[in-house]
Design a protein around this ligand. Sequence first.
Ligand code: NAD
Length: 383
Amino acid sequence: MSRTESEIKKGFRGTFELIAEHGDHEQVVFCQNKDVGLKAFIAIHNTTLGPALGGTRMWNYKTEEEALIDVLRLSKGMTYKASAAGLNLGGGKAVIMGDPKTQKTEGMFRAFGRYVNSLNGRYITAEDVGTTVKEMEYVFMETSWVTGIPKAFGGSGDPSPYTAHGVLMAIKASVKEKFQTDSLKGIRIAVQGLGNVGFHLVEYLAAEGAELIVADIDMNKVKNVADRFNAKVVTPELIDSVECDVFAPCALGAGVNDKTLPKFKAKVICGGANNQLAEARHGEHLRELGILYAPDYVANAGGLMNVFVELEGYSPDRALDKTVQVFDNVSKVFEIAKRDNIGTHTAADRLAEERIATIGKLKQTHQGVSLRPFSTLKEMKNR
Ligand code: NAD
């Protein structure tokens, strides 16, 4: 039996079928360079709003299909995140197949950079899980279509203070919606995870006079935060069930699940972690319980806003100003949820989709050409 026949028997799906199942992407690029061991996919989901931006993930994928599905899923997520953030960016992502601990080389990332360059700015990359600023420096040797490069090269550096500032804005919008107050003074906020985002968030919240309860699996981080910001400490097992007004997940994803749902005492869930809902149905459960959920990708878009400013010519002040927009974005999500009587997680998707539809329609009108018609025609013929 030929390979194709056996694959058909096993239910093998063609690449276009996979793309259709995971978001109907505009373009998927297969990148291969045997000399340097590069096997990568670049997925451009949607460029209605602007160039597709999203990081490059390096991971030990077991199969090509697993890598392809991951890049399709992640790039679609970026379209929604950029749109809901109000940015003129589309969604894209890249994955490199390989072990990030042992297989990274200058040659691999420069070869990858040349593929990024060949897309002429349709895709802009950055670091992600398994890649660091160092690899982005190699990519930068081959293309300017890369962000998250060191400050010395005009880059924006660590995005986490900006992500945290955006989360602060999201918490303010959520507290206003739920408790009808503009102040965080005396509001009890439980922060799960005191890493890059969690630490900066605690710093901002303490300055606003919030009452803090914190947890991390790393006791050094806990001690540092408790001493500096007068925060109450609980164990990681208890942080999602403490009496509080706001629960702010800033550790790993899937923190809202069947096990944790019955334990929450918070009235609001709003934090920096990605993929907070284990499944979409958990967003519905939160709604039924009367817990207001600020959708993760709207609340944590400050880091993406920071990178966007890098594309315009970086200024830290402008980046921080931009993250204030998260307040309005989260408020808009709450309005849509009320307007359409749906959960906030669905409302966030609707906000993103409505913006793409509106701006996409605007772009249907022809804007004329800068050259006179005659010379344009001549130019076109000569191409
Ligand atoms: P990080 O690794 O610096 O911090 C995560 C912290 O969570 C660590 O201190 C870790 O010890 C702690 N932790 C892990 N498991 C825990 C548990 N069960 N209970 C309590 N603490 C636990 O990562 P980060 O950069 O701060 O990112 C945090 C989250 O925010 C991630 O989900 C990330 O994807 C998301 N995010 C980060 C950014 C950014 O700018 N860094 C942007 C958008 C989204």
